[in-house]
Structure formats: C-alpha cells, structure tokens
Write a protein that binds this ligand. Structure first.
Ligand code: NAP
Length: 459
C-alpha cells in the first residue's frame, strides 16, 4: 500500500510518502535494541518519564495545530480531533506520574521465603496501528512502553502518514533518544520480517480481525506475545425505565462520533419493546438533524468516512442487509453529488439472525435497531455476537444495571453513558475483539517481565 495523505473531504491527494527499505528497517531495529540494552532502557525510570511529561506538555500546547493534521488526513470533526490530542496529553501525563508506582516490586507471601515480583522491560515492541484515532492509538502503546524501558517501532496505517510522522517528531522533540520510538512506512512483508527478528519481543496490534489474525499468528509462530485490540459490535441497550430523551441523544452521538468509525461505537441498539417506538422516533430526529460537511467547520456534525474504499464497503454492507430482509428506516447510501466520502446517517431495523448484518461490524454511521421483550432476551441478544468489546446500558434502576452489566460478555460496560475511554481505565475486549489490555495499570504490565525473586527461608 502506498503511504498517502488524501483529504477525505474532497479526495484530493495532498502528499505521497517515501517508504522505508530493509536497510532502514535494520537500522531502526538495531538502534531500538541498543537503546533497550543501554542505561536508558535498564536504568532509572525518571529519565524516561521526564520525556512523557514533556510530550504531554507539547501536545497540550499544540492542540489546534495537531487537531488539524488529524482532521485533514482522516476526516474527524475538528472538535473531536482536539479531544483526541487532549487525551493523548492525558495518557502521557498519567504514565509519567504513575508508571513508577505500577512497576515497583510486589511482595508475595510464601512459605518458601521472602518473595517479590519485579517488573523489567523485555526489548523491542512492534506496534501495528489503525487510522481511526491516528495519535491516540500510538500513545496507548508508546507511553507505557517508554516508561517501562521497552523500545517501540511502529507501522501505522498507510492512509495517515502525516499523523505518523508528526507523532514521531513530537516524541523526539520531547527528548526521547534515537531508537525509543521509530515510525516505519513499510509493507506487510516487512512487518512479518520484524516480527521474526529476535530483537523484537512483543507485538501490539489494533485493527481488523483479519490483520489481527495474520499478525498474532506470525508472532505465535515465533513464540512471541501479542496484544490485539480489534473490532466491536457494541450494544447500546435502552431499558423500559430509561430516560429516553437522554438515551436517544447519547445513542445518536455514540453512533456517529468519528463518522461511526470507532471500535467501541454503539452499533447494535437493543430497545425494550415498551419504549421502542418513542426511542426510535427521537433517535431518528437526532439523525435527521445532523449537518454533513467540512470537518474543519465547527458547525459540521457528521464528517466524511476516512477513504473512498470505506464508503464502498459500507454501501455494500447496507445493500446486503436490505437484500436479506432488513428494513431501511432512514438514510442508506453514499451522499450524492459530493466529491467527499460522505455516507448518509442510516438506521436499519428488522434484522434477523440469518442476515449477514447481524454479526457484522458496520464501520460508519449505520445503526441497527432491535426490539426485545425483557432483560433476559436483551442479554441473550447482546451476547449473541462474535465480538465482545464494549457496551452501554441506559436505565434508572442501578441494581438492575449492575446485574445486567455483569451478564454482558464484553471487556467494558458503561451505564447511562456511551462507551468512553480514559488513561486510568483499562481498555480491551474478549472473543474476536481481541486479548490483552491497554491503558491503566494493566496496560503497562502487558510487555514487561514480571520476574519472581525468592530469598529462601532458613531451614
Ligand atoms: P486494518 O485494515 O486491520 O489496519 C490496521 C493496521 O494493520 C494498519 O496499519 C494496516 O496497514 C495493518 N495491516 C493490515 N493488514 C495487515 C497484515 N496482513 N500484516 C500487517 N499489517 C497489516 O484495520 P482498519 O480497517 O484500518 O481499522 C479498523 C478496525 O480497527 C475496525 O475493526 C475497528 O473496530 C478496529 N479498532 C479497534 C480498536 C480497539 O481498541 N479495539 C481501536 C480502533 C480500531 P495498512 O493501512 O497499510 O493496510
């Protein structure tokens, strides 16, 4: 794939980027490995967290400039791009402040003697990342690994090279030495060769099931650890006692944020039959009110999809769903007479289990609405999914909410809020949504040697 910036608002090519050859990949791995072995990787954590402090300050001080890079390259609304830059600054600050505490030795009680677990870096980590949060995804891997002493090499998505390059420059400007973080514009074959390299000890991938399966199986064949953050088909459940105004507004926003291209976006709306008509009416009104336009214009509320291919894929999915019996309640096609990658906000109803749409992730502003009779049916439908990433429940009965939240088979559940993210909260899924966690204390433990030391008890 060529590494190109094409503005999704008008499909104009802005810039094509030079790819890295095998010699450059070797230089990157060599620098990364040498740094991990040096006093930088093995020594005092303070030198490394100081870089994260500086990176956080840099990003926070350049929100406008960095947000525009995101919006022009992948079409995110400018306000949402600003939010993405801010959360990156938050994540860098969080690990700058907390990493030392997370990595300190943990004592274990044992009859064998005095025992504790230490946390050590393991080497070079390869990150393979998607375009939909082009800075945030990078920061989720960089911050914990920089703090722990691992070096990171990155293959970013080919449609966001400007973001990839900009992020690397920021990390360097924050004071990270050569080898700490290296962006590589490389092919899938080069990704495989990096995974095979003995200096590489782990692989973190965020993306599709297909890429996850290829990359994780390659890593497994070399007995290396991987973490996978994959797709989702998240449930947005509205119970009969919910505040419907609030649920309809939050649900619409949760479906169209980032033009619907969020792994944890609300995708399957499961509504209690007593409130289904009211919800659907109000939800549709929110969709009708969306203003399609330039992501840089603050009044726009629905931007373009990231690429022309994304529009083709989504159009085909919607057409197939309808062919298999789904009803098109609203929208349903590419926005006509527009050079950009715009897709109408769309609502599908009457999707049966034999419809391919039932199990598919729709990566765009397309909502599937299901109606259920009771909580038991709700849980059954929610769990009848290949994915298990996040989910939301709207209800005023918090006892009922706690019970249902425990029954839903996902990595994350939010009550009376769309699925969200914060530096201090673990992020990740189960089933085909992947394995491992990013962010929080759990994220930093994924790629460290949790080494047991025992001082034997005197006999
Ligand atoms: P994708 O096609 O899998 O791409 C993700 C990354 O993997 C890109 O850098 C891509 O490079 C690379 N890649 C693809 N195939 C590869 C292979 N065979 N070998 C090595 N690298 C490969 O995913 P996408 O469609 O762009 O992203 C959307 C998906 O990501 C959705 O399913 C979404 O739900 C998921 N996602 C999950 C999370 C999470 O945290 N769980 C967060 C965001 C997105 P190229 O660009 O060069 O193809």
């Amino acid at each position: 794939m060529p590494y190109q910036t094409i503005n999704p608002f008008n499909n104009k090519l802005i810039k094509e980027y030079q790819t890295h050859n095998d010699q450059q990949v070797e230089e990157a791995l060599s620098a990364a490995h040498a740094l991990y072995k040096s006093d930088w990787g093995q020594g005092d954590i303070k030198q490394r967290v100081n870089v994260l402090h500086k990176l956080s300050e840099l990003m926070a001080s350049r929100i406008d400039e960095l947000a525009e890079v995101i919006s022009v390259e992948m079409g995110k609304l400018i306000g949402q791009s600003r939010g993405e830059v801010q959360i990156c600054a938050d994540i860098a600050k969080f690990y700058a402040e907390k990493a030392e505490e997370f990595l300190k030795p943990v004592p274990y009680k044992s009859d064998l003697g005095e025992a504790w677990v230490e946390h050590h870096p393991i080497g070079v980590i390869l990150a393979v990342e998607p375009w939909n949060f082009p800075f945030y995804q990078l920061m989720r891997v960089l911050a914990p690994n920089l703090a722990s002493g691992n070096s990171v090499v990155v293959k970013h998505a080919s449609i966001v090279p400007h973001c990839a390059e900009t992020f690397e420059k920021l990390v360097t400007e924050a004071g990270a030495p050569k080898g700490a973080y290296t962006n590589l514009f490389i092919s899938q074959d080069q990704v495989s060769a990096i995974i095979d390299d003995d200096r590489v000890q782990g692989v973190a991938l965020t993306g599709s099931e297909k890429a996850g399966a290829v990359v994780a199986s390659r890593a497994a064949s070399k007995l290396k650890k991987s973490t996978l953050e994959l797709g989702g088909n998240d449930v947005f459940a509205v119970l009969d006692d919910a505040d419907i105004d609030k649920a309809a507004k939050a649900g619409a926003q949760a479906r169209v944020s980032n033009a619907g291209q969020v792994c944890t976006a609300a995708k399957r709306f499961i509504i209690h039959e007593k409130v289904a008509d009211e919800f659907l009416k109000k939800f549709t009104e929110h969709f009708k009110a969306l203003k399609i336009g330039d992501p840089l214009d603050k009044s726009t509320t629905l931007g373009p999809l990231s690429s022309a291919d994304a529009v083709k894929t989504l159009s085909k999915q919607v057409d197939d769903a309808v062919k298999h019996g789904a009803k098109l309640h609203f929208g349903g096609k590419k926005v006509a007479d527009n050079p950009g990658n715009f897709f109408e906000p769309t609502i599908l109803t009457h999707i049966t289990r034999d419809n391919p749409a039932y199990f598919e992730e729709f990566f765009g502003p397309v909502a599937q609405v299901y109606v259920v009779k009771n909580d038991e049916e709700l849980v059954k439908l929610a769990n009848d999914s290949h994915y298990g990433l996040g989910g939301s429940l709207f209800t005023t009965d918090l006892t009922r909410a706690r019970k249902l939240a425990s029954q839903i088979e996902t990595g994350m559940v939010y009550v009376n809020s769309p699925t969200d993210t914060a530096a201090e909260l673990p992020f990740g899924g189960v089933k085909r949504s992947g394995f491992g966690r990013e962010l929080s204390d759990l994220g930093i433990k994924e790629f460290v040697n949790q080494k047991l030391v025992v001082l034997a008890a005197k006999s």
